[in-house]
Write a protein of this length. Sequence first.
Length: 318
Amino acid sequence: MEISETRKLVDFQSLVHAFYLLHYRRTIPALGRNQYWLSIQPEIMKKTLLILLIPFIAGCYKAKRDYLNNAVSDFSDGFETYTSVSEFIGTDIWNGSELTISGNELSIDTTVVHSGNKSLKCDATTTQGDVVSKAGILKNNLGIEEGGVFYFECWYHLESSQPKNIFIADFEEPAAISSSPGFRLMLNEEGALCVERRKMTESTLQQTVEQPRIFPLQQWVRIQLEVKLSQRNKGYIKLWQNGELILDHDKVQTMPRDMIYVTQGTSGVFRQVEIGLTANSSGAPAILYVDDFVIAKADVDEIDRVKSQLAASFDMKD
């Protein structure tokens, strides 16, 4: 996010304080963290607030449109063209990586692959104290707006002696205040996939099948996700494991929204995905192989077409 855009978003807190002056007509702390008090007549404050809001809203709208004009909404990678992760990390392909503990490693592997000849290998020890253990890659130039639907597919091969509290994909919207809030695919205490929404201050969505499906180890697992984006309870999340619909939640919040003192600066745009061992708090080292990654913005009919096309492609490769 550009610095100027971030400053505009942070300044929104000051406007919120001004609104409270209007609404409650009492003396309250104003203008962020300054240690003085302000009391003003409501009618004067209304005009002042209106003058402040117009350029603020216009600036935020322009920043959002400029970002979307340069963002991507469809991306795939089978890691076939690389010999080293240094060839794509920090580029327009994959914008960055997270290796939070010494010894964690990302590499291109040729021994455990789903299709083709290569996969991404993520090797991470467990979380140590306050340092969350990560070994993942991220793409942060996505642009899918609230109300849109996106489809995600990825193949995973997990090796772990304690397959729990392991995160394998994060879907986020970086905000001016907060640490990239969004939802994450997580293996729960029972080793079953669920959708964790802690950074959105929402509850975790568990599987909706009668008997939760455990995430298989030491074999390739196909994970598919379909999400309608909503900052309110108007979205949905569907999750498939090896072709079986295991989680289906409707009328739920699927992206973060502004909450005073918690999250500020959201714009209703899904911007970032991270895959790999995005957090390993299992209590033991883990190795995760990743292959045939796809993310795409589409309507439901288009998603069905993409699913069928991918299924046919992978059947031919296997």
